[in-house]
Design a protein around this ligand. Sequence first.
Ligand code: HEC
Length: 142
Amino acid sequence: MKRVLFALLVLVIASAFGVQQQKPQPGNLKAAMTRGKTVYEATCLACHQPDGLGVQNMNPPLVKTKWVLGDKKALIKIVLKGLQGGEIEIDGDKFHNPMPPQESTLSDQEIADVLTYIRNSFGNKASLVSMGEVKAVRAKLK
Ligand code: HEC
């Protein structure tokens, strides 16, 4: 009997740990930031620069813009579909490079991580972007 109780106890403790790991925790931000930084460096940095300040007349800054800090669906759509034709204007400056679409190069998780990263770097502070949110926008755009 004692053995059964002990086994049960171990099971309860183990499952408590399992449940805890699935809960969204502040630690998730740190992990997403680390992964997002890797994606940023490989995919976005060449244009938007290490400090997120972009390049005048070519690539816009990612510092406190309404796209970076604003509606997450619109932001996800920019990364999935790209942009061209100088649609973006920041402080009277327009940007003449095309922003390449990433729908076939980045996974939902990578897009969520890189957007969480830019929303919490370069002086920005905004909520996390989840994989589910990217998935939902991607499904609608098809
Ligand atoms: C080849 C250069 C290039 C790359 C690579 C690139 N972008 Fe862009 N990005 C641009 C340009 C140019 C625009 C503006 C396009 C326009 O106005 O038509 C833009 C616009 C944006 C905007 C909206 C405007 C703003 O500054 O707030 C965001 C957000 C953004 N890019 C994020 C990213 C992220 C995240 C990545 C990496 C996954 C990335 N970009 C990769 C060139 C690039």
